[in-house]
Ligand binder design. Structure first.
Ligand code: NAP
Length: 324
């Protein structure tokens, strides 16, 4: 039986990956912080959860040695650019050095057992910072503009270094991906939850930052699928995972309010300078040609459908709360 280890198993992607791997009959081990709440409310009962902070590199190493996984998915870490500005050192320790501790531990298992250990690093489009070309691909210059991007860039480059040491580690350069399991600390879920609330109680205002920022938004389970394909592909590599289509935050707002039944969103949105990032990368859009050609991957859910699913979930949640 395949044994998989997933860091960040309580997060958006970790919880979808846990669902997927347990459905496939894989033995799933997950790393989670003590007291973490699970995105999507609960993990499958079959998952073995190990409590560990990714800054505790010694414990990470001993747990990896004990579990001796066939597949390792490094999804754990600080996932918010805004949080990384407030906690830059923690971001480096968790998302940068934490990833290296995991690669080192996976490499040690491979050396000890003589069996290949396949690793996937959840990298990010933020490694490109203000990109020097659009769309971005695996050859785009890495020049991050935030503590989050810098930590991810370090882990991404160390993935390449461990690959050259013989570890099968692929780095998936993920563009934004969303789902009802996103917390409201992210602008997308803040918008869908806000639109659902305003549509239900008829009032209120949603305070947002830069509406012109453009992002390439995909569906989280599709991005989890790309990571599974990368883990199981014979040749490890870097893979940009993106839809290739950019939309503005304003597009997101308009469609979310429309899905909630409100056509004139402008009466319900105000710009609050507190939510404008210190450095906001202008346009991020990825070219996933390599993932499409080599991994046979393609996104299956459109931008409009993602927003509809998120708003539908938020409306249902409000109706459930009201009915209680
Ligand atoms: P997420 O929901 O924020 O999940 C991150 C997970 O990491 C959470 O389970 C979190 O646990 C855990 N974590 C944070 N600090 C930790 C620590 N010190 N020790 C142990 N665990 C810790 O993020 P996601 O959306 O699933 O994203 C998965 C990965 O993909 C992340 O590495 C993210 O940076 C990357 N990525 C995501 C996107 C996206 O659009 N979603 C785009 C590009 C890259 P707690 O609940 O305890 O905080």
């Amino acid at each position: 039986m395949t044994v998989a280890l997933v860091t960040g198993i309580t997060g958006q992607d970790g919880s979808y990956l846990a669902d997927r791997l347990t459905r496939e009959g894989v033995e799933v081990h997950g790393f989670a912080r003590e007291g973490a709440t699970v995105a999507g409310s609960s993990l499958p009962a079959a998952v073995h959860v190990h409590q560990v902070d990714l800054r505790d590199h010694a414990r990470v190493g001993s747990l990896v040695a004990e579990i001796a996984p066939d597949e390792v998915y490094n999804l754990g870490g600080i996932s918010s650019v805004a949080y990384s500005w407030a906690h830059p050192a923690e971001t480096g320790l968790v998302s940068g050095i934490g990833a290296v501790a995991l690669f080192e531990a996976a490499h040690a298992v491979q050396e000890a057992t003589g069996r290949r250990v396949r690793v996937v690093q959840a990298s990010s489009a933020e490694i490109f910072g203000t990109p020097d070309r659009t769309p971005q691909d695996e050859g785009t210059a890495i020049r991050p503009t935030s503590p989050y991007g810098a930590a991810k860039a370090y882990a991404h480059q160390m993935a390449g270094i461990y690959r050259s040491r013989g570890l099968d580690v692929s780095s998936c350069v993920l563009y934004n991906h969303e789902s009802p399991r996103r917390p409201e600390t992210f602008v997308t879920r803040k918008i869908t939850a806000g639109a659902a609330r305003i549509a239900t109680d008829g009032g209120g205002v949603l305070a947002l930052g830069n509406l012109d920022a453009r992002r390439d938004w995909g569906w989280a389970p599709d991005y989890v699928d790309a990571m599974v394909r990368a883990a199981r592909h014979t040749e490890p590599d870097d893979f940009v995972v993106a839809t290739g289509v950019a939309h503005s935050v304003e597009d997101f707002v308009r469609l979310a309010f429309s899905a909630a039944g409100i056509e004139d969103w402008s009466k319900h949105v105000e710009i609050d300078p507190r939510f404008v990032r210190p450095v906001d990368t202008a346009v991020q859009v990825g070219d996933a040609a390599r993932a499409r050609a080599v991994l046979g991957w393609a996104p299956t859910v459109t931008f409009e459908e993602i927003i509809e699913k998120m708003v539908e979930n938020d409306l249902e949640q409000i109706h459930r709360e009201v009915a209680r």
